[in-house]
Design a protein around this ligand. Sequence first.
Ligand SMILES: Nc1ncnc2c1ncn2[C@@H]1O[C@H](COP(=O)(O)OP(=O)(O)OP(=O)(O)O)[C@@H](O)[C@H]1O
Length: 297
Amino acid sequence: MTTDTITPSTTGETVLDARGVTMRFGGLTAVRNVDFTVNAGEIVGLIGPNGAGKTTFFNCLTGLYIPTEGEVRYKGNVLPPKSFKVTAAGIARTFQNIRLFANMTVLENVLVGRHTRTKEGFWSAVLRLPSFHKAEAKSRERAMELLEFVGLENKADHLARNLPYGEQRKLEIARALASEPGLLLLDEPTAGMNPQETRATEELVFAIRDKGIAVLVIEHDMRFIFNLCDRVAVLVQGEKLVEGDSATVQGDERVVAAYLGEPFEDAPGKDEVAEVEAAEAHADAATDAAPGKENDR
Ligand SMILES: Nc1ncnc2c1ncn2[C@@H]1O[C@H](COP(=O)(O)OP(=O)(O)OP(=O)(O)O)[C@@H](O)[C@H]1O
């Protein structure tokens, strides 16, 4: 991983401040009166059952939707109602359904993500002025740094569509980082990943936070969320039900009830624990009985 130009924000400063956000689609209220903050240096999780309103809330934070009621501020300023302006202001995001330019290379995808940070004008590009070449070289250098940061530097020339799924998700993150955000929103970043890829994504998110970028993440993988997040908020039927650290949220019976009383995904229940212990005891007995084992003692 390389050093880069992102300047860490002061820890504790409120980066995102959403107040009373409500989003209605006709008669359906998908998000209802949600207050939500993310502070500098934080990784915050947003969880909730399917259809709880998580993605709708993300869309309200990124200018894709204009909330029916409420206000969203980024570093004190009310967000403009256009997604490219929100990105320029400092909020970047990835999508639940990967949205890459499939027929462009990995490097080109990251370069596209830099457009809000490139000041060179139309004529400069058309006339290929020296200032354009200089800006282009700088953008490439930064894009390569970001590819190295996410571990894709050796795939810069590959077409995005040829990357395995887990790497496409990493590329989406690199592209989002290319806009030099102060806040990164990740919508189900580990969907479809195997446990190793999920673990690597966890490390990547920590590394992003360590660069001074606050992170807000939606995930269904509870182990990922509770390992990663300083704070977790639970949305149920569009309303914020509970917010707190991982232990508080995991122990809250309203949260368990909202997930239909099921133990959290990946949290082993009593039966599972007993099954694993029995299997281990069986394996130990088999090892002890193995020929030559007595000579090992
Ligand atoms: N553009 C839209 N028009 C109408 N209804 C919508 C729209 N977008 C979302 N909804 C509805 O709003 C509710 C919340 O959906 P949303 O996708 O935000 O939930 P979610 O928590 O992200 O779910 P999941 O975990 O399954 O992705 C759902 O009932 C959904 O059908």
